[in-house]
Ligand binder design. Structure first.
Ligand code: HEC
Ligand code: HEC
Length: 287
């Protein structure tokens, strides 16, 4: 009898421990959230209002992101990272897809674009049925869950110089940058998401997360144009181990790196064509 009780209480405490994420989540009250009901967004020529998004949020978003915006909607329990990342906890005010430096808030435009684009390799759908006005209202709604949008301003978007012409030299230099700043530690020397650190990664909430596999034909979460890819590694995906390289990579080199990354990807590109003539070897994992 005593052993059974002990076993049960041990099992229970282990279960409780496993259920707790490694950093505690923001747990705001309904009153606190309601105090930001006057939050606005200014995007695409519209002023978005919280109350005008209430119906759409309840109908289209609440199932995953939850009544309180904490990512604990009914569906959340069925989403198992790393295959299925958990819905974003809007109370934390931390976002992956930003044009702004790491650690800063996204702009209204960033959130507006994200909602339409969806997040590849996650349950977050592409929302292309909304009008721009509906989306502007939803941006205000997302923001009103986090006190950060009252106490802080969004960061200043990073400057992306115009895209240069792809040349063999640029691709070769991009390969050097990939080796030097050690993207391969997570993404692997051939971009196949199998670097030495890949299997050890967790996000800031303690959930397992895997690096992007450049070779499997899927798309980067925050957009798949050359500019989007540039922005992703120069701003970082906040809340994840994918850092910002703004301090380690010069703007011109960043374009070279984009071209080199393109050579891994299935999608057609000029860089891929040019690389065919180069017979590039993968970078060394032991420089
Ligand atoms: C079926 C589940 C689901 C629904 C419904 C859903 N989302 Fe999401 N959403 C997610 C998941 C999962 C993530 C996190 C994905 C990731 O981290 O890769 C996410 C992330 C986000 C993000 C954060 C993006 C970033 O840069 O970090 C925003 C903003 C967002 N959702 C807005 C919305 C809005 C607005 C709606 C309703 C119109 C909505 N979502 C409906 C699952 C959902
Ligand atoms: C410490 C590990 C780590 C390092 C180093 C790293 N990444 Fe990542 N990267 C990740 C993880 C994890 C993700 C996936 C994030 C997600 O799914 O939300 C990612 C995602 C990406 C994405 C796509 C965004 C998406 O859809 O997931 C790009 C592009 C990218 N990384 C480029 C780079 C480049 C270029 C470098 C080097 C300059 C680099 N990464 C270095 C861990 C890393």
């Amino acid at each position: 009898m005593r052993t059974t009780l002990l076993t049960w209480s041990l099992l229970l405490s282990v279960a409780v421990m496993l259920a707790l994420p490694s950093i505690s989540r923001a747990q705001l009250t309904t009153e606190d959230i309601a105090s930001r009901d006057n939050m606005e967004s200014h995007v695409a020529g519209y002023t978005g209002h919280v109350h005008d998004a209430a119906y759409d949020y309840r109908r289209y978003c609440v199932g995953c992101h939850g009544e309180m915006g904490d990512g604990n909607g009914e569906v959340a329990q069925w989403l198992e990272p790393p295959m299925w990342p958990k819905p974003r906890d809007f109370q934390l005010g931390i976002f992956k897809c930003r044009s702004t430096p790491t650690g800063t808030l996204p702009t209204d435009d960033d959130l507006f674009d994200t909602i339409a684009r969806g997040l590849d390799r996650s349950a977050m759908p592409i929302w292309n049925q909304f009008t721009k006005y509906q989306r502007a209202n939803l941006v205000a709604y997302v923001k009103h869950f986090s006190p950060r949008f009252v106490s802080e301003k969004p960061g200043t978007p990073i400057v992306i110089p115009p895209e240069p012409e792809v040349t063999p030299e640029r691709i070769k230099n991009g390969r050097e940058v990939f080796a030097r700043v050690q993207c391969w530690k997570c993404h692997g020397v051939q971009g196949m998401a199998n670097g030495p650190s890949a299997s050890t990664l967790t996000d800031d909430l303690g959930y397992k997360i895997v690096p992007f596999n450049f070779t499997d034909g899927t798309r980067p979460k925050c957009g798949d144009t050359d500019r989007d890819i540039y922005r992703i590694f120069m701003t970082g995906l906040d809340g994840t181990p994918m850092p910002s390289f703004a301090d380690n990579i010069k703007p011109d080199e960043a374009w070279d790196l984009v071209f080199y990354l393109r050579t891994f990807m299935q999608q057609k590109s000029k860089a891929k064509e040019v690389a065919k003539t180069l017979s590039l070897k993968p970078v060394s994992a032991n420089p």
